[in-house]
Design a protein around this ligand. Sequence first.
Ligand code: ADP
Ligand code: MG
Length: 602
Amino acid sequence: MLNIIKLLPDSVANQIAAGEVIQRPASAVKELLENAVDAGATNITLIVKDAGKTLVQVIDNGRGMSVVDARMSFERHATSKITKADDLFSIRTMGFRGEALASIAAIAQVEMKSKPEEDEIGTSLIIEGSKVMEQNPVQCPTGTNIAIRNLFYNVPARRNFLKSDNVENRHILDEFMRVSLIHHQIGFSYYNNDKLVNKLIPASFKSRIISLFGQTYNERMIAIEQKTDMVIISGFIGKPEFAKKTRGEQYFFVNKRYIKHAYLNHAVSSAFLELIPSDAFPSYFIHIDIDPNEIDINIHPTKTEINFKDGKLIYAILHAAVKQSIGRHTLTPIIDFDVDPSVETAFQQRPKHNPTQPQIRVNPDYNPFKTQSTAQGFHTYQKPDTDNWESLFGNVEKQEQPTSVDSVISNENKITEERVEFVQVQKSFILCTLPQGLMVIHQQRAHERILFEYFMHQLSNRKSISQQQLFPEHLQMSPEDADIVRQIMADLEGLGFILNPMGSNTFVIVGTPPEVNNPQAIIELIVENFKKESQNLTYDQNAMLARSMAVEMSVKQETELSVKEMSELYKNLFTCQVPTVSPGGKKTFLHFDKKSLTDLFI
Ligand code: ADP
Ligand code: MG
């Protein structure tokens, strides 16, 4: 038999290997920019022609290379960044595989000039298809200037595979943004076909975001900050009201490396749940600084993926940090008081607790999502213990624990007897005058928020109340819907719906939550929402159930309310954790202080 196995010539092996690292001009951009960053440059220029197909050039003022290093840098597995396998666990540089320059040189015409600070004369190299064509001493500034011409000139299949200039330019811009965003202390210039696209001066992270995405981002972002022994989380998240319908600006960086991470994305998105419409995406620019020992970045050749040793913990810390920032933001502009998440004032039929004495103290630092580490290092919600809302709503009785209004009024510590005036407008909006201005409440959305938080609380505490039906209704469903009901049966019971299966896709409703008089409509809505939402990455069954209940049971627009009902609604809204938006993410009220009223008359 004939021997048919042959070793590939080096040049072919190099070209194949190169394809893994350099898929398109943008990959070369990324590798060259990262090398410049690793070289400690403070100023980096990127020059691109014809979407990188003709030229990708990066000029830096970093530490440069000696003659020997300049030659070595194009060898495969030649790197100055690690020397032994163990070093992989302490990587702080962008590169470490020593493959980028070798790969680029295999598939392009490369010209490099480089000079370290201490040398008078630099080195110029011309390499084509892995072959050194020329090497000369050259007069050049400290740093490295590397030009990649005619990418894939010797791999026509790959060259033909490239997309239109528009698409390739988009990829290049993406890479430029990812590197320049997080390395904000470095100055960057980007020229495309001789046109200056971006000139970025060294700046804070926030200023860099604004330079890249526009001035409006100044008002659109909230800072996020969380320090634990294991990680430091910092950066910015977009305010919920600016969430977009397209998955736009979502950036995670781990140790200054851009990464994609579905699980962490979930940690952020789920913190926005019920604050933004379900089809909108929050924007975020988040940096996670972590001991390199805690991660494995080596799992993917292009390195946008990453594995955390303790992903669950990072998830919990990140989720809590985002919630905390949102909480601070949604409450600060007008309301500055503490809310006890366990307060159950939201619903008439709640079980009675022993009243305790209300306490009134001022805590300007309060935020409702404040967290506290437990022994395991996990974050759990902490019950806030102080109040400071009388300054604004000084005329409403605060209920420290679930208790009747009367018991608070009879208490020595009651705040004040002064009353808020309520007027209903168009049977839909509640107008109230406050010491600090005027508030207009959207009655339906406000009630949805109140009911939503009530049911969330019920569901997570599993203490529903069910009222027996005198004349049990029969629920006849399609096989598919009946299947869904069976799947979520336990949670429906958590809400107070007791359904007895009767076979052939029929159920008897023997119990319902109190005050529910149209159980069938609610269950149908729940099944409908389950179908729509359960495939989403951010799906949260309790939230879906609570929202469905809230939407169905809320008082609607065009409904007349008594002054007492308006006052109840108002009070209950402002004991919610997030009074500012409905569970669908829409504003529940508008507030006008003296200045904003005055401004309206300009
Ligand atoms: P890696 O970055 O993974 O080490 P590269 O092939 O990208 O591998 O680069 C090989 C080596 O060449 C680097 O380790 C570094 O020592 C040197 N090098 C590359 N680019 C530059 C640069 N712009 N300035 C200084 N040294 C560089
Ligand atoms: Mg590199």
